[in-house]
Design a protein around this ligand. Structure first.
Ligand SMILES: Cc1cc2nc3c(=O)[nH]c(=O)nc-3n(C[C@H](O)[C@H](O)[C@H](O)COP(=O)(O)OP(=O)(O)OC[C@H]3O[C@@H](n4cnc5c(N)ncnc54)[C@H](O)[C@@H]3O)c2cc1C
Length: 283
């Protein structure tokens, strides 16, 4: 199938994009890389009257340290991040740069990564999406702008359910900011996919940064937003491998995801264990 007819506009500035999103007639949607929206248009699951392509706005394509945070424009593609485009801005935290490169490189296939964007992935809010998981583990803050001006939403409050977010119609996700993790930061990122390039069936991200007092573990590919395993992360940060017993992992997952069949629970437990082991090996 092919999309229902729509008008396509590609503004050159954020101000123009927000203006068009809020004054366009009928159903108006922002377009990132089109890697999720494109298939939905083709299947006629969405039938916008007007598409606003956000790919030409310089304002959302910058990366820098600002106000004690790493600020990453939403328009960066997965491929740009995989290729190290953010490395210079993140030179104070090479581990963070490495984590972002790694996460980007595990998304789908290169053809999808060439077009798909950080903001598009977060706004699409697929529970199995990689940026949704990684940005929750990294305690990101999401910066949006719309007709009522800019606002900031913590990642943990951004996704309220599968494919549902706090972003409102007419708003653009412009930037993601991350704490300035120290050079001592350690991370793990593991996922299980049936085939290379598939969405994850189970996934886990762990971030430890002792100087900043950070120990976060998050599981993804659930029915809704990722879930924090705060107790397990604190135990492993304190006791190392001794805190990572099979029972501790099982209890942490059971409390975060009470309803799950045994096979899925086992898969998740394996992914969580490998993720923590990756962090501990790096320590
Ligand atoms: C075959 C295939 C395999 C994939 N595998 C994976 C995978 O393993 N892991 C993974 O994480 N993802 C995967 N994806 C999804 C991919 O990462 C997409 O790039 C991503 O979900 C959407 O990003 P996009 O920039 O293409 O957004 P689009 O498809 O253009 O838009 C997605 C949604 O976000 C909205 N939107 C886009 N940008 C903004 C913005 N700045 N502000 C507000 N709203 C916005 C759009 O209106 C739309 O509702 C896969 C996709 C395909 C086609």
């Amino acid at each position: 199938m092919k999309p229902a007819p729509f008008t396509y506009l590609r503004p050159q500035s954020l101000a123009d994009a927000v203006h068009l999103l809020n004054t366009g007639e009928g159903i108006v949607k922002p377009l990132g890389g089109g890697q999720s929206l494109g298939p939905m248009l083709n299947l006629r699951l969405v039938r916008p009257d007007l598409l606003i392509d956000l790919s030409r706005m310089d304002e959302t394509h910058t990366a820098e340290v600002r106000n004690d945070a790493f600020c990453i424009g939403g328009s960066f593609t997965h491929a740009e991040i995989e290729d190290g485009t953010l490395d210079k801005a993140l030179e104070a935290s090479p581990a963070l740069a490495a984590m972002l490169r790694h996460v980007a490189g595990t998304i789908a296939h290169r053809a999808v990564r060439n077009r798909g964007t950080l903001a598009g992935s977060l706004c699409h809010a697929d529970p199995a999406a990689d940026w949704v998981l990684a940005m929750t583990a990294l305690d990101a803050r999401l910066h949006c702008t719309g007709p009522r001006g800019p606002r900031t939403i913590p990642m943990v409050e951004f996704m309220s359910g599968a494919f549902t977010t706090a972003i409102e119609e007419g708003e653009v996700l412009t930037e993601v900011s991350l704490p300035c993790y120290s050079p001592a930061m350690r991370w793990g990122y593991t996922k299980f996919c049936r085939k290379t390039g598939d969405f994850a069936k189970a996934s886990c991200a762990v971030v430890f940064d002792a100087p900043r007092g950070v120990a976060r573990a998050v599981i993804g590919a659930l029915d809704g937003p990722p879930a924090l395993l705060a107790g397990l992360a604190a135990e492993v940060a304190r006791r190392g491998l001794a805190g990572l017993s099979a029972q501790a992992i099982h209890d942490a997952i059971a409390s975060a995801v009470p309803e799950e069949d045994a096979a899925d629970r086992q898969l998740r437990a394996t992914v969580v264990k490998r993720c923590f082991e990756q962090v501990l090996r790096a320590s």
